[in-house]
Design a protein around this ligand. Structure first.
Ligand code: TYM
Length: 349
């Protein structure tokens, strides 16, 4: 059986981007692969969460994983920091990771730019892409080496496939680079080069409903699995739209295309077709489209939502899931770490 691995940072409730980009796929493939799914609590530290919230955030992701249908009888579910072997491999991989390539990572560049815009109180567009002035901002080494830790997560279980959303494509590519580099440097096939897992349609980007860009926590435009019907409806009804098409078959502006992208994920194909026709003959009423979209989102998320609280409050069950998961993950991780150490020349006295 081939191995699948993926994780989600514990930064609060899961939104539709996390669900359609990652979690739904985790569930779909759990019968067919040897799956490791974890909660990336170490990665969440790059944004300095308050210690009072730290554990609750881990628990939230765990409860939402289980509520969405991950079955601990079939897959290994664990907390990243419960497997110290990952941190050790991270140290080893840092030695073969280069500052220049890490600085060129898109997510890193975006975050640095955002920090500069905030510190200077200017718009993002006002910070030049090649701006090298770091005054007034503190970018942690952890943020720079985020992709190295992610590579350690993946390589330590010799994962063949990694189900992630489009935004993680470059990080995944870096895990491939490090696997290759390590194997070449030390002359042994210690690591497997992981590939993205998708269902033939490419990696997806779930858009936000505020006009442009992706749905995300830091974008502040999330529709969450934990949202109730009223909240979801309110968020969808507030989605940005234009004044409507004036000519038949006109191209869609991004804000309208985003509504359709979301609709394609949650609604029946015939529903999407119906509204596309209405767009094309200029008779579309955005209010109707949004109402339908909200109802179809609820159909997907409310059955999951219903289960979250009971699972979240079940101490004994959660303890059992993560402790069994930790043991299985450590067994697999320590076997790979031993191979890496041996290849590098470490020897036990
Ligand atoms: P995180 O927590 O940012 O996102 C978790 C997953 O959700 C996907 N995602 C999206 N997909 C489509 N559209 C969106 N708008 C959207 N927003 C988020 C992400 O692509 C991701 O799959 N670095 C990872 C966590 C991680 C990891 C790993 C993943 C740490 N180690 C090892 C895989 C393997 C991350 O940023 O997750």
């Amino acid at each position: 059986m081939q191995t699948v691995l993926s994780g989600i940072r514990s930064t609060g409730h899961l939104h539709l981007g996390n669900y359609f980009g990652a979690l739904r796929n985790f569930v779909r493939i759990q019968d067919d692969y040897n799956c490791y799914y974890f909660i990336a609590d170490l990665h969440s530290l790059t944004t300095h969460p308050h210690p009072d919230d730290f554990h609750a955030n881990v628990r939230t992701i765990l409860a939402e994983y289980l509520a969405a249908g991950l079955d601990p009888e079939k897959v290994t579910i664990f907390v990243q920091s419960d497997v110290p072997e990952v941190s050790e491999l991270y140290v080893l991989l840092n030695m073969i990771s280069y500052k220049g390539e890490l600085e060129r990572t898109t997510t890193f560049k975006d975050k640095v730019r955002l920090a500069k815009a905030k510190a200077r109180n200017v718009r993002l567009e006002d910070v030049a892409e090649d701006d090298h002035n770091d005054e007034g901002i503190n970018i942690s080494a952890g943020l720079l080496t985020y992709p190295v830790l992610m590579a350690a997560d993946i390589l330590i279980h010799r994962a063949d496939f990694v189900p992630v959303g489009k935004d993680q494509e470059q990080h995944l590519e870096y895990a491939r680079v490090l696997a290759r580099r390590f194997n070449n440097m030390y002359g042994e096939e210690v690591f497997t080069e992981p590939r993205a897992f998708n269902f033939g349609s490419g990696l997806i980007k779930v858009p936000g409903l505020d006009g442009s860009g992706k749905m995300g926590k830091s974008e502040g435009n999330g529709i969450y699995l934990y949202d109730d019907e009223k909240t979801i409806t309110k968020k969808v009804m507030k989605a940005l739209t234009d004044s409507g098409p004036v000519e038949p078959n006109s191209p869609m502006p991004e804000c309208i295309e985003n509504l359709f992208t979301l609709m394609a994920l949650v609604s029946e194909p015939s529903t999407v077709e119906y509204f596309k026709e209405k767009w094309n003959d200029c008779s579309i009423r955005y209010g109707d489209l949004k109402k339908q979209l909200a109802a179809d989102i609820c159909k997907v998320t409310l059955p999951i939502r219903e289960r979250i609280d009971a699972i979240y409050n079940d101490d004994a069950y959660l303890h059992k899931v993560v402790s069994e998961g930790r043991d299985k993950a450590r067994t697999s991780a320590s076997a790979t770490l031993a191979l890496a150490r041996k290849a590098m020349g470490f020897k036990v006295f």
